[in-house]
Design a protein around this ligand. Structure first.
Ligand code: UDP
Length: 441
């Protein structure tokens, strides 16, 4: 068992760390799964042989050297040299030879960032592990998941068995196909205030921590409620077919990009989104921040009893959390005035409205002047998840940006149009019509 986070939490000095490491029976064991590297690399080399031959012929014809070398440093500060073909197609696949000859692994120590010296020391004393083309951290970075720290992810990866190793290779290949090969710096710079333009909307390009800080920071203009929306594939499709909804989205104080579809679209527009700022992942961070900053929440929406169940679950999870009231979202007699009075009387700082798009966005904008809370968020099916009435997709699906498939399986009738029809339409609008760049509708 590799232990990294335990050591960070107890803040060992190097000397005590060395002593404590002696107690772990796993010191210097090999990373499970790496025995699969050679056969998998060989299989891929054989499949890609025609492409390699083209690259070799091209190099010979243009009198270039066959390979170019890429110098990298892994997270443990070790130098790593990777091969790429100097010309031709899929030039980076030459790295398969590095894997075959045991220079690096498919999965191993990441090449995308550096660990702190104490963590490097812990890892090197506990396990023999090469640098890896893929890592769990890189996978989470590609899909914008920000639930675990890099140390937690490395610990989880290194403690995995051979099946986990194989699964990580498959998931990483899929994420390369879906999200491109490399994590690059943004090609374009955000326009202003950390915002960028997607489909004609100003979307905040923040990390999860920055988004939470923005929401829970008391930066409101006095007596004005800040309106926050999360925009995803569904809301973009709605905004393109309904100009009124587009205007409503434009009137928010902040729009956060939610989901892998927005990530893909941003990449097409030349931006790399800092995080997957979806409400479901964000809520625990908001709760933690509310406890720290002594701010309160109000839950409005979902079927009767659901918001209260979600509130109870979150209060159990975050001791000290103040949820000043809940109200369901099926008010047939349209008693919005009464609900607003109840929200205002509760004195909440942050209001979460969960009635689905576009109802929740319209409700918030129609009533923003009467609301007295600092911030109000439209959060979709959030209370259904936190009350336990709808389960969240398994991590492996989220790691490849396919959480929507889980929701489709759970509610096939309700979500058919949104996902089965909506997703291809979104891709067509993004990649064929190029609406992501221009915002033309
Ligand atoms: N809802 C509501 N009032 C309505 C219609 C829907 O409170 O009149 C709730 C519904 O019970 C669900 C949420 O709004 O909890 C919408 O969830 P959806 O799955 O559409 O949200 P998203 O996928 O956008 O997160």
């Amino acid at each position: 068992m590799i232990r990294l986070t335990e050591m960070i939490n107890t803040k060992f000095s190097l000397q005590t760390m060395t002593q404590s490491l002696k107690h772990y029976d796993s010191i210097n064991h090999h990373y499970s799964g790496s025995f699969m590297d050679r056969p998998i690399a060989l299989m891929l080399i054989l499949i890609l042989l025609p492409c390699f031959l083209i690259n070799i012929v091209l190099a010979l014809c243009t009198k270039r050297s066959l390979f170019s070398l890429q110098h990298k440093i892994d997270a443990l500060s070790r130098p790593v040299i990777l091969h790429a073909f100097s010309c031709g197609i899929w030039v980076k696949t030459a790295v398969l030879f590095d894997i075959y000859f045991g220079k690096i692994s498919f999965c191993g120590i990441p090449l995308t960032h550096r660990l702190s010296p104490d963590i490097q020391f812990c890892v090197m004393n506990q396990i023999k592990c090469k640098a890896g083309l893929f890592s769990l951290y890189d996978l989470h970075l590609k899909t914008g998941l920000t639930i675990m720290s890099k140390e937690q992810l490395l610990e989880q990866q290194l403690n995995g068995n051979a099946a986990d190793y194989l699964a990580l290779i498959i998931k990483s290949f899929m994420s390369v196909i879906f999200y491109g090969q490399e994590i690059k710096k943004p090609i374009k710079k955000p326009i202003k205030n950390n915002s960028l333009s997607l489909f004609g909307l100003n979307v905040k390009n923040t990390s999860m921590a920055e988004a939470v800080d923005w929401i829970t920071h008391s930066q409101t203009q006095p007596n004005k409620t800040q309106i926050v929306f999360f925009i995803n594939v569904h809301s973009i499709n709605l905004s393109i077919s309904d100009p009124k909804f587009f205007n409503q989205l434009s009137n928010a104080n902040a729009l956060f990009a939610d989901g892998s579809g927005m990530r893909l679209a941003a990449k097409k527009a030349g931006f790399l989104l800092n995080g997957n700022n979806n409400g479901t992942d964000m809520l625990p961070h908001i709760c933690r921040s509310c406890v720290e900053k002594n701010q309160s929440l109000y839950f409005f929406g979902a079927k009767p009893g659901i918001a209260q169940q979600a509130a109870n679950a979150l209060c159990n999870q975050f001791p000290g959390l103040n949820i000043t009231g809940t109200e369901h979202g099926y008010n047939e007699d349209n008693n919005s005035e009464q609900i607003i009075e109840s929200i205002n009387n509760s004195g909440c700082d942050i209001l979460l409205v969960a009635m689905g798009s576009p109802v929740q966005e319209k409700w918030l904008l129609d009533h923003r002047d009467k609301l007295q809370c600092k911030t109000a968020l439209a959060v979709g099916g959030l209370f259904d998840f936190y009350s336990g009435n709808i389960s969240r997709s398994p991590m492996w699906l989220r790691e490849i940006g396919m959480e929507w498939m889980w929701r489709l399986l759970q509610e096939p009738r309700d979500k058919f149009n949104r996902y089965v029809i909506g997703n291809p339409i979104f891709l067509y609008r993004t990649f064929i019509l190029g609406l992501v760049n221009t915002g033309e509708k």
